[in-house]
Design a protein around this ligand. Structure first.
Ligand SMILES: *[C@@H]1O[C@H](CO)[C@@H](O)[C@H](O)[C@H]1NC(C)=O
Ligand SMILES: *[C@@H]1O[C@H](CO)[C@@H](O)[C@H](O)[C@H]1NC(C)=O
Ligand SMILES: *[C@@H]1O[C@H](CO)[C@@H](O)[C@H](O)[C@H]1NC(C)=O
Ligand SMILES: *[C@@H]1O[C@H](CO)[C@@H](O)[C@H](O)[C@H]1NC(C)=O
Length: 397
């Protein structure tokens, strides 16, 4: 009896040591500190990075609690230096997945560069099917009041009105904090220079389609061949289309950023991804100066002259193939530039010369849009810890 007891005690001890060892080993082996994390939004954007000669992100698959049920894993190269994930589409999926990533104990993201790399609707005023754009500002344009157009006040150009405002051109009186994000301009310029060296794909389907835009002189870029463009991006859960909404959201972009941003692409995730990354930065887990927002044109946000808005929407995404291929054409050199220049340049970071962060000034500094910093130019976190520190003597009394 005693013998059985001692034997099981011995076995239990061995088991405990083995389990403990395995946990420790798993922890050291499975903590990744990627140099670049690629953020895709749906399967075709993710697949653009697979089967390429430069690196293989399918060498390590890591299941992350909190990821989308459709895309439960992060994918990394064997050494963990390059990783990729798929958020799932629109704002809720993007915010949830990136929050799960930022909080995951499997990753050290404090030095990681994030490359948001997706397709988008594009304005023919600035770009075309297959264009590769890099944004400094991301604006959540649909975070507004909305009337059905049949019930809107007659003098309003569309049914959209900023929240808390009584007119479409009045700055929003109620801010939720996610209206505008600004990312590192120095890093954006590096990405643009790198992408400009790439040869972009084009195809006859896109060439034939974009000719339609040549009849309107305002749509010159829409009718031209794809290129790399520095212009800003608008986020909306609603996949909208048409001249009126395009003009309305151009106006919203200008209004929300006090004239700093130039609207050119429309997508369903970026402000959500940026909000989750900003909260990660506030928690000390992410460096907000290491974010690149790249979007490639897959369809036009508005019809060509003589086409209905419905025809423009239901034709689908005529530039889909080249938009996906140009994610890779422009994106791979950006990833390899960061990884190969790690020691020489990128590990220590690219110092921004512009304000970075949200419309509240949560990361510190003062935005040149919106009401200015609501934290008096300090980080929201520092302000809170300051308040905690100040309250300590009171607690001690
Ligand atoms: C990772 O997952 C992909 C499919 O998503 C698969 O093709 C690949 O073989 C997996 N890699 C490993 C190492 O299991
Ligand atoms: C979305 O993010 C962009 C920056 O990437 C910012 O310019 C824009 O104002 C944001 N919009 C909203 C509504 O948060
Ligand atoms: C956009 O702003 C311009 C200038 O303020 C205005 O004339 C136009 O009606 C606006 N368009 C829409 C659709 O809001
Ligand atoms: C932006 O415009 C609004 C409305 O005109 C104004 O209240 C705000 O002070 C401006 N912000 C900056 C930073 O100029």
């Amino acid at each position: 009896m005693l013998c059985v007891y001692l034997t099981s005690l011995f076995l239990l001890t061995i088991l405990a040591v083995v389990v403990q060892g395995a946990v420790v080993e798993a922890r050291s082996r499975d903590t990744f500190a990627p140099k670049v994390f690629i953020i895709s939004m749906f399967d075709a954007e993710g697949d653009a990075w697979h089967g390429i000669p430069e690196f293989n992100v399918l060498e390590r698959n890591i299941t992350i609690p909190g990821f989308s049920p459709l895309f439960p894993q992060a994918h990394c190269t064997r050494d963990g230096s390059i990783c990729q994930l798929v958020t799932g589409e629109a704002e809720i999926n993007a915010a949830s997945t990136i929050t799960a990533l930022v909080q995951s104990p499997l990753f050290d993201l404090t030095h990681t560069y994030f490359l948001i790399a997706g397709i988008a609707g594009i304005s023919p005023r600035l770009g075309t099917l297959g264009s590769v754009t890099f944004a400094r500002f991301a604006v959540q344009v649909a975070l507004q009041f909305e009337f059905d157009a049949r019930e809107k006040p007659a003098e309003f150009p569309t049914g959209y009105v900023p929240q808390g405002s009584m007119a479409p051109d009045e700055f929003p009186q109620d801010l939720y904090g996610t209206e505008v994000f600004e990312v590192n301009e120095e890093l954006r310029q590096i990405a643009i220079r790198t992408a400009k060296k790439a040869t972009l794909f084009d195809d006859t389907q896109s060439q034939q389609y974009r000719v339609n835009y040549a009849t309107n002189s305002a749509f010159g870029p829409g009718a031209a061949a794809p290129s790399v463009v520095a212009c800003d991006t608008a986020t909306s859960d609603v996949f909208w289309t048409g001249n009126l909404l395009a003009a309305a959201f151009e106006n919203t972009t200008t209004l929300f950023t006090n004239g700093s941003a130039t609207y050119c692409t429309t997508q369903q995730e970026d402000n959500a991804t940026l909000e989750a990354l900003m909260r990660g930065a506030l928690a000390g887990r992410v460096d907000f100066s290491r974010i690149i927002v790249m979007r490639t044109g897959s369809d036009f946000d508005r019809p060509f002259d003589g086409q209905t808005a419905a025809a423009n929407l239901f034709v689908g995404t005529p530039g889909f193939d080249i938009a996906i291929r140009n994610i890779r054409a422009a994106g791979v050199p950006i990833v390899t530039t960061i990884v190969s220049g790690w020691k020489a340049r990128f590990e220590r970071g690219v110092m921004p010369n512009n304000y970075i962060g949200d419309i509240f000034g949560s990361l510190g500094g003062t935005p040149d849009f919106g009401p200015g910093s609501i934290f008096r130019g300090k980080s929201a976190l520092r302000k809170r810890s300051l308040r905690l520190r100040m309250s300590r003597p009171i607690l001690a009394v």
